[in-house]
Design a protein around this ligand. Sequence first.
Ligand SMILES: Cc1ncc(COP(=O)(O)O)c(C=O)c1O
Length: 461
Amino acid sequence: MSLAEPEKASLTTAFVCNKSESVLAVIEKCLDNGLGTCLIVEDDQRLAGRISLDDIRQALLDGTAIVDPTLGWHLTDAGTTVATRRLRNDIDDDDVLQPVVDPSGHLTGVLIDRSTVPVQVAKPHMTRHEFRSMLDAFISCWISSKGPYVQKFEQEFRSFVGVRHGVAVSNGTVALHLALVALGVGPGDEVIVPVIVDVDRETWCMTLESVEHACTAQTKAIIPVHLYGRPAEIGPITEFARVRGIAVVEDCAEAHGARYAGRVVGQFGDVSCFSFYANKIVTTGEGGMCLTDSEDLAASLRLLRDHGMSPDRSYWHERVGYNYRITNLQAAIGESQLWRINGTLQRNARIAALYREALEGIPGVRFPPAMSDKYEPVVWLACVQVPADKRLAVMRAAHEARIETRPFFHPLSTLPPYSRYARSCPNSAELSATGINLPTSGDVDDQVVERVARVFHGVLA
Ligand SMILES: Cc1ncc(COP(=O)(O)O)c(C=O)c1O
């Protein structure tokens, strides 16, 4: 067990609510502390019990939570304002949040115990900010793409990346599709990515050299993917493409905030595409965005996103388009996520450093290769490589220890729809056979890292 926040002041702020606090306050505390649960105390600090977001959800669903106009929104039990029908007095040993009480029952501290709890690879952290924005969007009834958060999110995200136009869409996949259609890529054109190139051993991404070899007269676009937060050699690739009149669509789905030569990735391509799926650095649940400096491309992207419908003439479809819009509810979450992106990136970097410290020296464990100064990667998911013949055993042992891990992606050339483009990609094959993603979320602390290290030691040492 690790002692978290032993002083009373910080206890009160993060993990403890007074019994008379409103449901809203309790929900927000449960969200902010990332545990989804809070201890509840009486006015004199005696422990009254605990409540979780699940308890509150049930209370809301079965009607035991009501709005009290004088006291705010409270859980009620037969007319008492302090609400606690759902307050649980039982503290299970396997609860993450454990109270420390003195002999007279006063709360003197809390313990965060993650020695046995299940840990996910990538759990989104929804705070009070996401919750309030969501409620705002919900209560406003602007639940489609027409609400104000969509434009706000577009503006704030494009300015975070440093690009002139942002077009938010329903996921990262359609962002890529929209970009290619807007750039006029069609049947018979070649795009480097489905025209497969191997990745570099150091960057784990395509390089200028590999792109040069793969380009033909039919090449219309290149999609450099910044994999696992590691920037591709995007500056030289973009320069090469400009000279050859080839479009560049950056795939930044896994690399929000990474930089190449001091510039944020997403600034280089004609269009750059982001994903805001639930496991991404910034999430809207499902969501994505296309960024571009070109006014014309931005106009095309917007038109195509919206059924190809003229922005000036209702129901007049200028061309065949799609409905790839994002909702106001999703954008509301995204905006709050974006405020916290620097904190998220710092947290992920710290987690990766903890794993490195704990796993360094275990036979066969390799860490992502260091990159030269030009590259400033971010950590999307912490990852390591292990000998291919041991990976399954490591992942199984982690599963036994209630720790979720993921294998790296398969090389594109091995997937059935792309078999016609299959070619030998030894670096991709090696990465794919040896890579493991480790839990990278607010749930990862020293104790979890220790559990992961025990798993690796057990199998590999
Ligand atoms: C590199 C990359 N590109 C594109 C996508 C697609 O994004 P989405 O899942 O939002 O469709 C992902 C995915 O998750 C990704 O990792």
